[in-house]
Design a protein around this ligand. Sequence first.
Ligand SMILES: Cc1ncc(COP(=O)(O)O)c(C=O)c1O
Length: 389
Amino acid sequence: MVLSDRYRSLFPITETRAYLFAGGLAPAATPVRAALDGWTDRWMHDPAYHRSRYFEEWEILKDRLAAVLGADADEIAIVDNTSRGSNLAVQMIAPPPGANIVTDPTSHPSAVWPWLLPGRRPVEVRSVPDGPPSTWMKGIESLVDQDTIAVVVSHVDPRTGFCHDLRELAGLTRGCGGYLIVDAAQSAGAVPIDAEAAGVDFMSGTLMKWLLGPPGLGYLYARREHIESLAPPHVGYVGADRDGGMDEPGDLAYRPGAVRHEIGLADLPGIAAARRGLDIILEAGIPDIEQHVLELTGQMIDGLTERGIHVLTPPGRAERGGVVAFHFDGAVQLCRHLRRLGVDVWGYPEDDRVRADPHLYNNPGDVDRLLQGIDAYRRAGASARVPRR
Ligand SMILES: Cc1ncc(COP(=O)(O)O)c(C=O)c1O
């Protein structure tokens, strides 16, 4: 049985639309929505119930995230988004004079820009020159030296869909004594991750994409050895150790574990819903989800290539995840046309790029709808160009 046969019924959108943009905002599954609705109902009629369970759901969410990321639950902090997690990681690292960071040409800037904040010691930002993703690892290798304080990448790159090999990158950072900081927004949930075994130092991400949760929630993974040794850049009652006697500057004490990065109350309805999204992911199994999305992205890449469309995503299964990107003149117009046909993908006007990201609820028929929609768009364009007599 194809994985999607088991999961489509949980996603009502699949009855009408070929929704192919999990890497933007995944659609709500029925249990996810029910959890959100249930939370709101209780909030109306019995808020004290929620008050008494503030932190329970929070802990459950961290347990589930730990299973997804290959980490321990106490190495994970719930934050509001990927960008927050990346900012926290970077702000804990004090670069020595002359330090550099190394990245690739199209990783999301979530963990690059925080190095540039005013008031911080400047670092040199070294980026691999633009080129095919298959050349990036060599490029990163050539830029890393003894002054490299961090290698900073999106695990699955949002522009091309290229999937980095985290073990190889960690080998480089170990060699130079730097940190590996990974943005897993486009990978966690679609690609197996073992942060601990791979040697990742920090990893941040969001719940609303491949993890099937609502917007407004993210996570920061901090490798155990960095949790106590690097001071958090902020403090609040959730992560502070209230018995620590905090009266004087410098007295700050934190609870053990990554909880120290949680400062105030989080998005509780979101957490209740996000947990159900993670239940779906873990029940389906990430290795099976990966196989499924690789089949669909492979079908997509083949179909686009046959049509002479320039695919930016590498064809090799080891080099991609659930994200496919291709060039199309008039990407935004194409996506408008596809949307009218019930196919949702995303067009980026700045570089005429289209993104199509299938998840466990998509099936080969959805990919066919995309390809046929492109054919129809081209036919319509061709007939519009035929001079009328
Ligand atoms: C790879 C990557 N990182 C970060 C982000 C931004 O995420 P957030 O809004 O959770 O900070 C995105 C958004 O699409 C993304 O694709």
